[in-house]
Design a binder for this molecule. Sequence first.
Ligand code: NAI
Length: 268
Amino acid sequence: MDYPLLKDKRGIIFGALDEKSIAWQVALSAQKAGAKIVLTNAPVAIRMGKTKQLSEQLDTILIAADATKTEDLNDLLIKSIEYLDGKIDFILHAVGMSPNIRKKREYTDLDYKYFQQTIDVSALSFHKLLQTAWQLDALSPQASVVALSYIAAQKVIPGYGDMADAKTVLESIARNFGYYYGKKNGTRINTVSQSPTVTTAGSGIDGFQSFYDYAHQMSPLGNADAESCANFCVMLFSDYTKMITMQNLYHDGGFSKMGMNIDSLSNE
Ligand code: NAI
């Protein structure tokens, strides 16, 4: 798919840790579609992961920012506008982490300090980003901001733990900030609810392989992979979707609309 949908557009991509990251694929697709981008990730992720390698591959800059710190976000936005030589046309928020999941704490036995960190990193960081950009007037008219979500925000997926609550807050922030940004300058704010995808964050969830397989069998199109999610994000960043805002858009091969799929049982 080599359409220059993002020609002359400037964007910031959060969360490309390694090749498996959804954000990694979004960065590749956005640049292929003609965009100029800045990459960002948490300082510790930059030390441990491969974000720097991607910035070299794409010949762009990488700016360290902890998405929970408004001063880092402020610095990121100012430096990005300077480097890209103009206001920001699109942003991908692909940031998520739950210490409760990492430490295998069940939903019925959550550590509340960890819970606050989950919400702070995976949901409030999105509000902080949008509010910092608002105060700096960093987004160009009709810009597009996308955050990645998961269907556990609507339906119970045991094992997804406190991330389910974080995704619910994330989607609510997209809806509410979408109102204010729409009125301000036509900026669109949406979440994309993606199929289970084999990544570092995804695979950290207990029983991930089972619900990956289950979703794959239930969905008429199967699970959507990171590459197709990236193409969908590019479309949402483009001028072809200027009237879509405040939505949670399922990119899941049809999973969210399924009730029962007897075929999936007989295939076992
Ligand atoms: P990933 O592990 O490759 O990406 C998560 C990213 O969040 C990493 O790059 C990590 O460094 C970054 N991050 C964590 N704490 C941060 C902080 N304080 N500041 C800045 N960045 C921070 O995994 P994946 O799956 O690509 O995750 C991207 C997004 O997609 C997440 O929001 C995740 O919840 C969401 N998602 C993932 C699905 C999956 O099955 N993998 C399904 C649906 C949504």
